[in-house]
Design a protein around this ligand. Structure first.
Ligand code: FMN
Length: 142
C-alpha cells in the first residue's frame, strides 16, 4: 500500500486563510473544496503540482490537515507554490497530489515548522523535477 503510486486530482478556488503563512515565510494558497472532494483526501504533506488558467503546471508543496501548530481547526488544503510570489486569491486552481512526504505534526514554534517546510520543499524539488504532467487529468481517467 505504502509503495503504491498515489495521485489525487482536485480543483477549487483560492480563498483567504488566517494570514499565518506569510509570518511563516511561506505564502500559501488556501484552496476551498466542496465536502465531497475533501472526503477523498488523505491528510498529510504532499509534493505535487498546481495549475491555474493560462499557466503550465508548477511545483508545489501541499498541506492537507488541521494546522495543529496554530491550535488546530477544520480541514484545510494549502499549497505553497515553488518559485512563485504572486497573489492567487479568487483564482480557480487544479492540484495534483503525487508524493506523500510526511504526516502533519504539531511543532514547538513557527521557526521549527519553517525549518521543516524548507526540507519539504527540497524533497519536493528532487521528486518532481522534470516530471511535470503532460496530459489533462480527465484524459488520464478515460
Ligand atoms: C508544505 C506545508 C507543510 C505544512 N506542515 C504543517 C505541519 O506539519 N503542522 C502544522 O501545524 N501546519 C503545517 N502547515 C500549515 C501551516 O501551519 C499553515 O500554512 C499556516 O498556519 C498558514 O495558515 P493560514 O494561511 O490559514 O494563515 C504546513 C503548510 C505547508 C504549506
Amino acid at each position: 500500500m505504502a509503495d503504491r503510486p498515489t495521485e489525487v486530482c482536485i480543483a477549487g478556488r483560492v480563498v483567504h486563510g488566517r494570514g499565518c503563512g506569510r509570518e511563516l515565510g511561506f505564502r500559501t494558497a488556501n484552496v476551498e473544496l466542496d465536502a465531497g472532494a475533501a472526503a477523498e483526501l488523505t491528510e498529510g504533506v504532499w509534493a505535487g503540482w498546481i495549475r491555474w488558467p493560462g499557466q503550465t503546471w508548477r511545483e508545489a508543496v501541499i498541506n492537507v490537515g488541521h494546522r495543529p501548530t496554530f491550535g488546530g481547526g477544520s480541514l484545510s488544503v494549502e499549497a505553497h507554490v515553488l518559485e512563485f510570489s504572486g497573489d492567487l486569491y479568487g483564482t480557480d486552481v487544479e492540484l495534483r497530489l503525487v508524493h506523500r512526504l510526511r504526516n502533519e505534526r504539531r511543532f514547538a514554534d513557527r521557526e521549527a515548522l519553517s525549518r521543516q517546510i524548507r526540507i519539504d520543499v527540497a524533497r519536493a524539488r528532487a521528486l518532481l523535477r522534470g516530471r511535470a504532467p503532460t496530459r489533462q487529468p480527465t484524459e488520464e481517467q478515460q
